[in-house]
Design a protein around this ligand. Structure first.
Ligand SMILES: Nc1ncnc2c1ncn2[C@@H]1O[C@H](COP(=O)(O)OP(=O)(O)OP(=O)(O)O)[C@@H](O)[C@H]1O
Length: 250
């Protein structure tokens, strides 16, 4: 996976009328403020690597994962991914809440490029990993957030992806489920790449040999996990939680 000079800007209109003005007169003047959620992001991740992504709230971690998964496009820069991505975050968002867990396995399987027969073949393994009991046959709208994350993770883990992307999905899981995921992620590492975003630094330490620290939308460190986590913890303790990091560019 290769990420070159990636940046993502969001547009904010202070008044609804500015949006209309932008459409009508946008060629001459800009009627919105820009917020760069990501700037100058570059890294390469090789096959079989497990990479953690850490950073304060709003630093751009989820935006980066969304770009890598193709959910949102970068404003500038380029991404090259070799192989198929199994994104736990995106999959949860794609659930049909009226359908049961079992039915959502087929829906999500299709999104991930699996044939119906392939999903059927893996269904008992998915069912076992998510451990939802009778709720597997109930509509997903009746699930708690942790139960939804369990289902999304279990499907992704059995999707034969080359890159497993996990965004805080484990954070809402309980200890027993986390332990099962941990074993599975370790197994997955033997054949694929893992990107793991989390505020749980122990989990990052446990699963990832390399960690990228995103700070105010930029890469602040990209190195071996223990070193990066030590510096990150130091910064959390010493640097104030500055609201100016959320300032628009006019
Ligand atoms: N669709 C959007 N439109 C406008 N701004 C957005 C959008 N998505 C994210 N942002 C902004 O981009 C910034 C980065 O958000 P992002 O969700 O990537 O942060 P994060 O590092 O994942 O945060 P957290 O740790 O709190 O989950 C935030 O300031 C957020 O408000």
């Amino acid at each position: 996976m290769d990420c070159r000079d990636v940046g993502k800007a969001y547009q904010f209109y202070r008044r609804p009328i500015d949006q209309v003005k932008q459409v009508l007169f946008g060629g001459r003047k800009r009627y919105y403020d820009e917020y760069w959620a990501l700037r100058d992001i570059s890294f390469t991740i090789g096959k079989g690597a497990a990479v953690g992504i850490v950073g304060r709230n709003g630093s751009g971690k989820s935006t980066l994962l969304q770009i890598l998964c193709g959910i949102t496009a970068p404003t500038v820069g380029s991404i090259v991914v070799n192989g198929r991505i199994a994104p736990v975050l995106a999959l949860g968002a794609a659930f049909d809440y009226e359908l049961t867990g079992r039915e959502n396995c087929y829906l999500s399987g299709a999104i991930l490029g699996l044939k119906r027969a392939e999903v059927t073949q893996r269904l008992s393994a998915i069912q076992e990993l998510c451990g939802l009991g009778d709720f597997f046959e109930q509509p997903v709208k009746l699930y708690s957030s942790g139960m939804g994350a369990r289902l999304a993770f279990a499907i992704c883990a059995h999707a034969d992806g080359d890159v497993l992307i996990v965004d805080e999905a484990l954070a809402v899981g309980d200890d027993a489920f986390r332990e099962r995921c941990r074993r599975l992620i370790r197994g997955f590492r033997e054949r694929g790449t893992i990107l793991f975003v989390s505020h749980d630094l122990d989990q990052v330490m446990d699963l990832c040999e390399r960690t990228i620290w995103i700070d105010r939308g930029r890469v602040r460190a990209d190195s071996d996990t223990p070193g990066v986590i030590t510096d990150y913890c130091k910064a959390l303790a010493e640097e104030p939680d500055d609201p100016n990091r959320f300032a628009f560019m006019t």
